[in-house]
Ligand binder design. Structure first.
Ligand code: SF4
Length: 340
């Protein structure tokens, strides 16, 4: 995108106001972009005359996106593979519940990191997604949720990619998602990180969205084996950033813990997790590992997950078990690898 071009889906009402010269016109265009047909600037925007919009048409860029596949799991989870104009792809998942739906978006095609328990890592890094490409994913899933009578009220940046390695675009996308349309609550937008320490502080300073830490081990030796970048940013450095941000403004963090049986799921692990996070307001979610072809780890037995979750709770930590959703279409956590 050249300097003169504007990522239309990332532009908030405030951004559009400076282009269109009035709040009313900015609101009208933002609504048309968020609620109109995907991928095209509307032929007409009620309330914005063509004499104002016409000269901008060449500058407002919408992502070029094609749905290359859509798979629906038995539990109602839907996974899309989206292909962008340059041929790169990423996956988006819609996870419905009884009353609302959560959209899991990707921030990169492939991933810059190499977590051993994650299918996306097997793809390598292809490219960062633009903010508009991230927002577009939400709109695709939101429209499908609406057809099922559900509001897509939650967004998690837990699809393909390490969001903080693409921080500029992720900040813009989160800002756009929480703008007046579609108007998601910042509390319902969660950005996950595998612990990219230098960018965590900036995210916490600049975004109103929630942060989730993908922890997955209670000691550095184990974490470095399954998340090699832990060598650069060990556990103490990650927790230090969380503590500093909490001392500036009280906040709650989500902590995601992929349970790898026999690797990171003993009572001692639970005790070390509690010690590491002591004093922080955290919500620890245990995620049974979702295997994929070639995965070096197996899925834990249900009773092992219940046992480990009890051990975590016994340490005074709150949180839930995130049971797999969409496993039969490789749409569960850690399974996104563009496999049909
Ligand atoms: S877990 Fe996240 S950061 Fe790690 S390889 Fe997978 S997508 Fe990348």
């Amino acid at each position: 995108m050249s300097a003169a071009q504007i990522d239309a889906l990332a532009a908030t009402v405030g951004d559009l106001r400076s282009l269109l010269g009035s709040d009313a016109r900015a609101l009208a265009l933002r609504r048309a972009l968020m609620e109109g047909s995907l991928g095209a600037l509307p032929a007409k925007v009620p309330g914005v005359s063509e004499s104002v919009l016409g000269p901008l048409r060449g500058s407002l860029v919408l992502p070029s996106v094609r749905i290359s596949s859509m798979l629906e799991a038995e539990d109602g989870t839907t996974k899309w593979a989206l292909e962008f104009g340059d041929g790169q792809s990423a996956e988006t998942v819609l996870i419905p519940s009884r009353t609302r739906a959560t959209v899991c978006v990707s921030s990169q095609s492939g991933c810059t990191r190499s977590c051993a328990f994650c299918a996306t890592a097997t793809l390598g890094f292809r490219r960062h997604l633009t903010a508009g490409e991230i927002v577009h994913q939400y709109l695709v899933a939101r429209d499908a949720a609406a057809q099922a009578g559900l509001e897509a009220s939650n967004v998690v940046f837990m699809g393909m990619g390490e969001p903080l390695d693409n921080l500029d675009a992720v900040l813009l996308a989160a800002r756009s998602l929480t703008d007046v349309f579609p108007g998601l609550s910042p509390r319902r937008v969660t950005v996950s990180t595998s612990g990219v320490v230098p960018r965590m502080a900036r995210f916490l300073r600049e975004s109103r969205a929630s942060l989730a830490l993908s922890l997955n081990a209670s000691d550095d030796a184990t974490r470095t084996k399954i998340m090699p970048h832990n060598r650069t940013w060990p556990l103490a450095s990650i927790v230090k950033v969380l503590r500093e941000a909490s001392s500036e403004r009280p906040r709650r963090y989500f902590v995601e813990y992929v349970q790898l049986p026999g690797v990171n799921d003993t009572a001692e692990d639970a005790a070390r997790i509690a010690e590491l996070l002591r004093g922080l307001d955290v919500h620890v979610n245990v995620i049974p590992h979702n295997p994929f072809p070639g995965s070096p780890f197996r899925a834990p037995a249900r009773e092992d997950t219940l046992r480990f979750h009890d051990q975590v709770k016994a340490q005074g930590l709150t949180g839930i078990i995130r049971w797999p959703r969409g496993r039969d279409v490789s749409g569960a956590c850690g399974q996104l690898a563009l496999r049909a």
